[in-house]
Design a protein around this ligand. Structure first.
Ligand code: F1P
Length: 301
């Protein structure tokens, strides 16, 4: 393994790529206008960013926004979508290409893409390229968070606190307890539920860790049975009443920070990296994963 992984370099560049995305997102462009009915699709990390965007856009009162895993998208004409937003770093993910192909000429599409020299461009009506946030590591860090920052800025959010908090999260200590923990459950509410899903995926991908993720209010409906000493429950965003006390009672470590939740995800990326290192894993080339999933078989009918 090289001394400095691509994952490490890329995750450290996030304040810079977020600043650029905030500038681009605030300007007029091809992203959905307020009032449009939007479906937003992606796979893996990109799907989780779609979940966060959908919750933010709905909460901002900008219109119906439904997030779908590309393989499970319901985009029939009866649903009345004005636009499909696709998120894909690679531009080659089969399930995303299939959706773009299936709705071509029927629903306008805009694809947020890392590599604009890829098939998703020809299949999309419009694209928003973020080549400065593309990555060499298989594990996504900055492309995902930069795409979400672009969308947050387009919704009218001021990104400056998130950028400052990301800088702080890059300098914060990674606690030994987090590197050694047996298990993590990540929780969120509203837009931070997508972040919880992404945090859990990041830890699985980069460090083969046992992680789970839930909407925070669902945690007490069963999953809290997993909480125990040596395990961590990590909450993004607002704390539902009494949740910390309930977790502490199990003996698990409860973690919640006041920084912008997307900046707190940066800290989790660093935890994933440290856990990979501690286990002798190459975080840039995780077991059984490739940069994108390109399926050769035809669509299942
Ligand atoms: C999506 C994705 C990644 C995942 C894995 C396979 O890629 O599912 O999130 O980490 O590497 O690809 P993309 O469509 O955003 O390129």
């Amino acid at each position: 393994m090289s001394e400095i992984s691509y994952m490490e370099q890329e995750l450290h560049s996030q304040p810079e790529t977020w600043r650029e995305a905030a500038r681009l997102g605030a300007a007029a462009g091809p992203l959905p206008e307020a009032g449009q009915r939007v479906a937003v699709i992606g796979c893996g990390t990109s799907w989780f960013m779609a979940q966060s965007y959908a919750a933010l856009r709905e909460a901002a009162g900008q219109g119906v926004t439904d997030p779908f895993a590309a393989s499970e998208a319901f985009l029939g004409s009866d649903r009345g979508y004005d636009v499909v937003v696709a998120i894909t770093r690679s531009g080659t993910t089969t399930e995303v290409l299939r959706v773009l192909d299936a709705v071509k000429g029927r629903i306008p599409t805009v694809t947020i893409i890392g590599d604009p020299g890829t098939p998703a461009v020809a299949l999309s009506e419009r694209t928003f390229a973020l080549p400065f946030a593309d990555e060499k590591s298989v594990v996504q860090t900055r492309f995902a968070t930069t795409a979400l920052t672009l969308l947050r800025a387009h919704l009218g959010e001021d990104i400056s606190r998130a950028v400052a908090d990301a800088e702080e999260a890059l300098a914060a200590p990674v606690e030994k307890e987090w590197v050694d923990a047996e298990q993590f459950s990540f929780l969120g509410t509203g837009w931070t539920y997508g972040l919880a899903n992404e945090a859990a995926l990041k830890m699985r991908e980069a460090s083969q860790s046992w992680t789970e993720s839930y909407p925070a209010m669902e945690y007490r409906h069963g999953p809290i049975a997993i909480a125990a000493p040596g395990r961590v429950t990590w909450l993004f965003g607002q704390e539902p009443d009494g949740l910390e006390a309930d977790v502490v009672r199990t003996g698990a470590r409860f973690v919640r920070h006041d920084r912008d939740p997307l900046a707190d995800l940066v800290l989790v990326q660093r935890v994933a990296l440290e856990r990979a290192r501690a286990r002798g894993l190459d975080p840039d080339n995780p077991r059984s994963l490739t940069r994108s999933v390109m399926l050769e078989a035809p669509a299942v009918s």
